[in-house]
Ligand binder design. Structure first.
Ligand code: FES
Length: 131
């Protein structure tokens, strides 16, 4: 793993910028990583134009999942729900800057799955959201 990105991941895991809950919120969704059972919730506030004006995540998970959630929520500040729906796994991997095997990939993509399911207003998240 590249040292520079390893440092970013550890730093975001230990000192997250977007950890917490939003009350009130406009959108909230949570799901778990089926491989480990770790749960992640994301709350969003959006304005009348559907721009994201605040976002927070809560739950527990490994460094990769937590850092990925933190970096992703920073990345979507000011974006529209439509833009969020179009995010891809490549966007998240670019933010993390590392190559991941299949197990770690599930950790990294949990936040994207939760975020997109929330943006779509789904009742249940699907892996298709992050393929
Ligand atoms: Fe559970 Fe990574 S080990 S989210």
């Amino acid at each position: 793993m590249d040292d520079f990105y390893r440092e970013i991941i550890i730093d975001r895991y230990q000192n997250p910028h977007y950890r917490g809950e939003l009350d009130p919120h406009d959108i909230s969704f949570e799901d778990s990583n089926p491989l480990c059972g770790d749960e992640l919730r994301i709350d969003l506030r959006v304005n009348g134009d559907e721009n994201i004006i605040d976002a927070r995540f809560s739950g527990k998970g490994c460094a990769i999942s937590q850092a990925s959630a933190d970096l992703l929520l920073e990345y979507i500040q000011g974006k529209t729900l439509e833009e969020v729906k179009n995010l891809t796994k490549e966007n998240v991997l670019e933010l993390l800057g590392i190559e991941l095997g299949p197990v770690r990939l599930k950790c990294a993509l949990l936040s994207l799955k939760v975020l997109k399911a929330g943006a779509y207003g789904m009742d249940e998240a699907s892996d298709d959201l992050v393929d």
